[in-house]
Design a protein around this ligand. Structure first.
Ligand code: XLS
Ligand code: NI
Ligand code: NI
Length: 440
């Protein structure tokens, strides 16, 4: 069997290691809060960024040459399967995520596209059996082709809507074949660039129709995956309908779909919406819709979806803190929806990118677990909201008050005491936990 990457299996060497091709914090079987690290994190390889992205950006062409390239796109699709599985095995990654069109190329007709995807995914299935690697989620790419220039479910052209439905049906069938536990809907071009040409009400109704029939097919077909919507506020359209978690929740409730969908939360999409990553995770957690994560990070100075590999320990810690509070990711996982930088064009860079991302989240998990174990923030929060545990606060908490009663109560107050938020102190403690210097 051809070896695509001249790099060996990546091992855990600990935080003092200087080997760029070793894990410093990710020790997959180490137990954290009673569970091996790998089960907390459930890392997944993104087919598209890892096997298809070759460094092109809006201003320049490819910079990366891969040994699995082939003049014939169908042959290349098969080579990518071999390369992808070799890559995951070498990194000890147990899951992958795919779009229909990155697993197999778009062919001149839909029928041919379906057939080629059937063949390539059969081969993927055989590799899964051989390696025990699993499918975290599948999705359909209903945004790349020019037929989707005005969206898929929200296109003004009914034929584009139908074509997207066909693609989603088939991608769901493939996800079922591969035993995928989740199926993702990222809005793609579901949004608008100008209201001068847009009937927003009609577009939202149509989008809900597409999601409703997909939900029905999820049951009918026996896929029974956890369905996930991936919020994103902008890009490629100026205004994407799935702006953020809260907006999607409102949309789902409007159309009676709130019980059928959870969220796939992407770090870089959170920051595009001017939210922190942990804000989005928190909103999802408190509404019980935290499904899965697209782990990456943006560049705050560029302000577009740069999909960088996550290296920010601070953000990863706060993200894993939310995941732990949620009781874990369940069927979801941590998919690296991230690509190596254009100038990081070597195979070694690709490995190092994943190692850095996995180590960042592993370190984040370690710190978050310790913070939770010591109940640092939880105790502080309890204390901060203490006024709601007795007296008038308890009555408010129990929704057992009227405006008149509160007015009578307030009239008797001499003054309302402030409660220090102690933000700087909490942030300083967080720093100490990250540096492992806190002794509680
Ligand atoms: C694009 C999205 C995409 C989804 C899957 O911004 O992040 O990669 O995760 O279609
Ligand atoms: Ni994503
Ligand atoms: Ni993205």
């Amino acid at each position: 069997m051809k070896e695509y990457f001249k790099i060996g299996k990546i091992k855990y060497e600990g935080p003092k290691s200087k080997n760029p091709l070793a894990f410093k914090y990710y020790d997959k079987n180490e137990m954290i809060l009673g569970k091996p690290m790998k089960d907390h994190l459930k890392f997944a390889m993104s087919w598209w960024h890892t096997l298809c992205a070759k460094g092109a950006d809006q201003f320049g062409s490819n910079t990366m040459e891969r040994s699995f390239e082939n003049q014939d796109p169908v042959k290349e699709a098969f080579e990518k399967v071999d390369a992808g599985f070799e890559f995951m095995q070498k990194l000890g990654i147990e899951y992958f995520c795919f779009h229909d069109r990155d697993m197999a190329p778009e062919m001149p007709t839909l029928e041919e596209s379906n057939r080629v995807l059937d063949e390539v995914s059969d081969y993927v299935l055989s590799k899964m059996k051989e390696t025990n690697i699993k499918c975290l989620w599948g999705t359909a790419n209903c945004f790349n082709h020019k037929r989707y220039m005005s969206g898929a479910g929200t296109s003004p052209n009914a034929d584009a809507f139908a074509y997207a439905a066909a693609q989603i049906k088939h991608a769901m069938d493939i996800t079922k074949k591969l035993g995928g536990q989740n199926y993702v809907f990222w809005g793609g071009r579901e949004g608008y660039d100008t209201l001068l040409n847009t009937d927003m009400k009609m577009e939202l109704d149509h989008y809900a129709t597409l999601l409703t029939i997909a939900r029905d097919y999820n049951i009918k077909s026996g896929l029974n995956a956890q369905l996930l919507i991936e919020p994103k506020p902008k890009e490629p359209t100026k205004h994407q309908y799935d702006f953020d978690v809260q907006t999607v929740l409102g949309f789902l409730r409007t159309y009676g779909l709130e019980k059928d969908f959870k969220m796939n939360i992407e770090a870089n999409h959170a920051t595009l919406a001017i939210h922190t990553f942990n804000h989005e995770l928190n909103v999802a957690r408190i509404h019980n819709v935290l499904g899965s994560i697209d782990a990456n990070q943006g560049d705050m100075l560029l302000g577009w979806d740069t999909d960088q590999f996550p290296t920010n320990i601070y953000d990863a810690t706060l993200a894993m803190y939310e995941v732990l509070l949620a009781g874990g990711l369940g069927k979801g996982g941590l998919n690296f929806d991230a690509k190596a930088r254009r100038q990081s064009f070597t195979d070694e860079d690709l490995f190092i990118s994943y190692i850095a991302g996995m180590d960042t989240f592993a370190k984040g998990l370690r710190v978050a677990a310790k913070l939770l174990e010591d109940q640092v923030f939880e105790n502080f929060k309890k204390e901060r909201y203490q006024s709601f545990t007795s007296g008038i606060g308890k009555k408010i908490e129990e929704k057992n008050v009227t405006l008149e009663e509160l007015s009578d109560y307030a009239l008797k107050l001499e003054q309302v005491e402030g409660i220090s938020g102690r933000q700087e102190w909490l942030e300083a403690i967080l720093n100490q936990y990250i540096c492992e210097s806190y002794e509680g």
